[in-house]
Each structure stands twice: as C-alpha cells, then as structure tokens.
Design a protein around this ligand. Structure first.
Ligand code: HPA
Ligand code: ZN
Length: 324
C-alpha cells in the first residue's frame, strides 16, 4: 500500500452501513441474538461472496442484515466501520442506511437510527470525525412502502441529512420514485440516487431530471454516452464511484476497464468510495489502491479526486476548512 494513499486525509460519500458487517460480526451477532444462519461458519459465509451481478450480492447482503435486532447491534456495526475508516484517515463520511431492510423484519426505525447515531456521535467526540446520514429507499419495494418509511423517519428528521435510492436497479427506474423524491425535497432533504450501476445512461438522466438529485451514486454507465458525460462535467455533478464493488459485481470485467479515470479526464467530478467494503474486498485505501494500480492513477489525480469529495460533501464551508 502506498504511503501517499495511507496518509491522505479522505472523505467517503458512498457507504452502506449494512455492507460493513464483516463475517466475524455477522456470526457474533447471530450468536448474541440467537439468529439461525444459512452458513455453518465464517469461512462458508465468505466462500459465498462470489457474485455474478448486483442481485446475487443483494440476496446475501439482506441475509446478513437479519442478525441486526437491537440498538447495540446497530451501534457495534457502525462503530466497527468508523474505527476502520478512522484508521484509514477518513475524516468525514456520508453513510447510507436501509431502514426497510429492518422495519420489514419488525425492528423499529428508532432502534436502527439510535444505534447508528450513537456511534457517529462517539466518533465525533473522540476523533473529531464528522458524518451525515442518508436514508436510502429500497427501489425493489413500492412507492407506498417508501412513503411509509418517510413517515417513520419524521421523528428523527434532524438526524437525517439526505435520502438515496438503492437495491435492484434493473426494472426499478428512477421515475418510480418521482413523487417520493418531490416530497423529500419539499421536506428539505438533500437528494442522491444510485443510477447507471447496472442500469442504462437513461437512469442517470432521469435521476437528474425526474428526481432532482445533486449527486449520482456509481454513474458507471455515463461512459457509454458522450453527451451525458459532457452534461455531468458542465453541471459539476459529482459521481460517487466504487471501483472494487463494480469489479466484484461484474459491472466491469477487469479493473483496467473501469471508466473512473476516463470520466475524470472528461472533466467529471468523480470520487472514490467503498460501497459495501465487508463484501467487496476492501475499505477506502483498497479502493484508492485499485485506482492507482488497476488504472495507473497518479498521486496528483488521487488528490484531485479526493478534493472532489471534499467539494461534494455536505459539510459547511467552515467544517470543510477543518478537514485537512
Ligand atoms: N447497489 C445497489 N444497492 C445496494 C448496493 C449497491 O452497490 N449496496 C447496498 N445496496
Ligand atoms: Zn451503493
């Protein structure tokens, strides 16, 4: 691992907290909560992390989430992530959580957000590490389910900065959530959405035009559409890209095919993030390293990409000035 990458202060903008559950913690929580797992041990679980596409990953990711039942579980998961991120010089992190993956199992919204928030607060107090929370709607579920979740979130509105859209992109285009996003905008939430991960460039356009998002999560498909690339560059739309995720979910066949540097060279504000690091083989440093080794990025380019994340994050100008 290069000393430059290790020492670089970083900002993470695309991280699913449920995707940070390491096999060890999955089994520890399963024991603590008496949850039966479909895998005999950690090695068997890890062996199942051979993904053919996004859906094959999501099936295992939602299985893993079943061990989360109590406030302390959500705290422990979040604290484990923050500890790793802190060790990798992540100074600020904007974290997705999937409330529907838990409320559908009878875990109250309050339990989920309280455990996550308590860990974020502790990281702020102990290390000065800042964070924001992004409530993500599961796009394979209905519009009504998203509206119900938005209602559940209302008592905790002060703890949630933005909303996002994740899960199965195929068959669930942005327009399905046009009214939900309009309501969220009205309520003052910042807006982002996963688009162009497995879906077409059209989904990126619709996320911008129909959902009014300010950042695109992934946006890999933009490389296939020069006009869209020019628009993303001209409008300074940040892309929160996740190289190891895209490799593991076969969005790209090999790292050298990843469009991140080509997008950067076209003037697009790309950033590097870890997505679901427990499942995809690495946290922030490993993703930076993949861009350095797989794409040949220079230290100067990695610095520009990091400054893109500083610019794209939701801290105030005063808080941003304190990041370095
Ligand atoms: N894509 C879509 N949905 C997700 C992901 C992802 O990479 N991770 C967790 N939910
Ligand atoms: Zn994601």
């Amino acid at each position: 691992m290069s000393g430059f990458i290790e020492g670089l202060p970083k900002v993470e903008l695309h991280l699913h907290i449920e995707g940070t559950l390491e096999p060890e913690l999955v089994f520890a929580l399963a024991r603590r909560n008496d949850v039966k797992l479909a895998y005999a041990d950690q090695a068997a679980l890890k062996a199942a992390y051979q993904f053919s596409d996004l859906q094959s990953f999501l099936d295992i990711y939602y299985q893993g989430s079943r061990v989360l039942l109590n406030e302390q579980d959500f705290f422990d998961m979040t604290w484990a992530y923050l500890t790793r991120a802190h060790a990798e010089q992540v100074r600020h992190t904007e974290i997705f959580f999937d409330p529907q993956a838990h409320t559908a199992r009878g875990v109250p919204f309050a339990v989920v957000i309280s455990g996550i928030h308590r860990a974020l607060e502790q990281a702020r107090q102990e290390w000065g590490m800042t964070s924001r929370l992004i409530m993500s709607f599961l796009r394979h579920l209905s519009e009504q389910d998203a509206f119900d979740t938005l209602k559940d979130a209302m008592p905790f509105k002060d703890k949630i900065t933005g909303v996002g859209l994740d899960s199965s992109e195929q068959g669930n285009p942005p327009a399905k959530f046009g009214r939900v996003y309009a309501a969220c905008q009205e309520l003052g939430f910042r807006l982002v959405a996963h688009a162009g991960e497995e879906g077409p460039p059209e989904n990126i356009r619709d996320a911008l035009d129909v959902l009014s998002v300010e950042r695109i999560d992934h946006g890999v498909a933009a490389i296939r559409d020069p006009e869209l690339m020019a628009r993303l560059a001209a409008e300074h739309v940040p892309l929160t890209q996740c190289p190891l995720s895209n490799l593991r979910l076969r969005v790209v066949d090999k790292m050298s095919d990843h469009p991140l540097l080509r997008l950067l060279q076209a003037g697009v504000k790309v950033t590097i993030n870890s997505d679901d690091p427990a499942y995809f083989g690495g946290y922030m440093n490993a993703n930076y390293q993949a861009v350095q080794q797989g794409l040949g990025a220079s230290d100067q380019q990695l610095l520009v990409i990091t400054l893109n994340a500083v610019n794209a994050c939701w801290l105030s100008p005063e808080e941003k000035a304190r990041l370095s």
